[in-house]
Design a protein around this ligand. Structure first.
Ligand code: ATP
Ligand code: MG
Length: 259
C-alpha cells in the first residue's frame, strides 16, 4: 500500500493560444501516488485538472516535467493507464460487449471471459448485446469504465466521470467505483467538482487553485469505508475542504448539499 507507483513533477505546462500567446496551465506540480491509493482532484474550472490527468495518462507529452510510472517515464498512452472521459465516448454502432472489448476480438475465449468478468463488475449483466442508444447515461458510463479496465491498468484516471449524471445515478456509480477499487485495488485518480464526492471516495483529496493551476493543499481522509455522508466526522472534513475554497475568488464548485 505504501509503495510509490506514480510520480508527477511538472514545473510548468503552457499552452499556446491561436493568437500566439502563452498560457500557463500548470505550475510547480509535485504529486506522488502510492499503489492502491484513491485520490480525488478538486478545484475551480480552468485550474488544470484535465490537463494534469491527460499528462499523467501520456495523452499530452508537451511539458517540461516528468511523469514516472514505477520509475519509468510515461511518454505515450499505454495499457497501464486507463482513462475515463466525462462523456462516455462509446461507439454507437457497437454493442456493449464489443465496446468493452475495444480492439480485441470476442472470438478469443480469454477476451470473452474478461469482458464477461467486467460486465459483472460494473453490474450490466443482461445488457451485453445492447447498443449505446438503448442505455441510460449511468449505464453508458459503466461501459466506459469497464472498457478502461479491460487490460487491467495499474492506474485508472477518471475525468469528472459522473458530472453529467443525476444525483441518484451518481451516488450509485460512486458505489460501483468503490467496489472496483476494493475488489481490484486499482489505483484511482478521479477529478470531480463535487466536494462530497471527493471526500466520500478518496484516501486523499488534492485541492487545486487556478491561474496558474497549482496544488493548494492535500487533505488526508482517514475515515473508514463505507462512509456516511451525514456523519459528524464527514461533515467536519467537508468544512475543512470548504474553508480551503473561501479564498478562491471565483468559486465554481458544486456544493451538493445546497448549504
Ligand atoms: N488545448 C488547449 N489550448 C490552449 N489552452 C488550453 C488547452 N487546454 C486547456 N487549456 C487551458 O488550460 C487551462 C486548464 O484547462 P483544463 O481543461 O485543464 O482545466 P480544468 O480544471 O479541467 O477545467 P474544468 O473544471 O472546466 O474541466 C485553462 O486555462 C484552459 O483554457
Ligand atoms: Mg476538465
Amino acid at each position: 500500500m505504501s509503495e510509490q507507483l506514480l510520480n508527477v513533477r511538472l514545473p510548468h505546462k503552457t499552452f499556446r493560444t491561436p493568437q500566439g500567446e502563452s498560457v500557463t496551465a500548470l505550475h510547480n506540480i509535485d504529486l506522488r501516488v502510492r499503489r492502491g491509493e484513491f485520490i480525488t482532484l478538486i478545484g475551480p474550472s480552468g485550474c488544470g485538472k484535465s490537463t494534469l490527468l491527460k499528462i499523467m495518462a501520456g495523452l499530452d507529452t508537451e511539458h517540461d516535467g516528468e511523469v514516472l510510472l514505477e520509475g519509468k517515464p510515461v511518454t505515450k498512452p499505454g495499457i497501464d493507464l486507463g482513462f475515463v472521459f466525462q462523456e462516455h465516448r462509446l461507439f454507437p454502432w457497437l454493442s456493449v460487449e464489443k465496446n468493452i472489448a475495444a480492439d480485441l476480438s470476442l472470438r478469443q475465449p480469454e477476451v470473452r471471459r474478461r469482458v464477461s468478468e467486467l460486465v459483472e463488475l460494473v453490474k450490466l449483466q443482461g445488457f451485453e448485446k445492447a447498443y449505446p442508444r438503448q442505455l441510460s447515461g449511468g449505464m453508458s458510463q459503466r461501459v466506459a469504465i469497464a472498457r478502461a479496465l479491460l487490460r487491467s491498468p495499474k492506474v485508472l484516471l477518471l475525468d469528472e466521470p459522473f458530472g453529467a449524471l443525476d444525483a441518484f445515478t451518481r451516488s450509485h456509480l460512486q458505489e460501483v467505483t468503490l467496489d472496483i477499487w476494493d475488489n481490484n485495488r486499482t489505483t484511482m485518480i478521479l477529478v470531480t467538482h463535487d466536494i462530497d464526492e471527493a471526500i466520500y471516495l478518496a484516501g486523499r483529496v488534492v485541492i487545486m487553485d487556478a491561474r496558474p493551476g497549482t496544488i493548494r493543499k492535500t487533505i488526508p481522509i482517514d475515515l473508514p469505508y463505507p462512509r456516511k455522508k451525514a456523519s459528524s466526522s464527514f461533515q467536519e472534513l467537508r468544512t475543512i475542504v470548504l474553508r480551503e475554497f473561501e479564498r478562491v475568488e471565483e468559486l465554481e464548485l458544486v456544493d451538493s448539499s445546497g448549504i
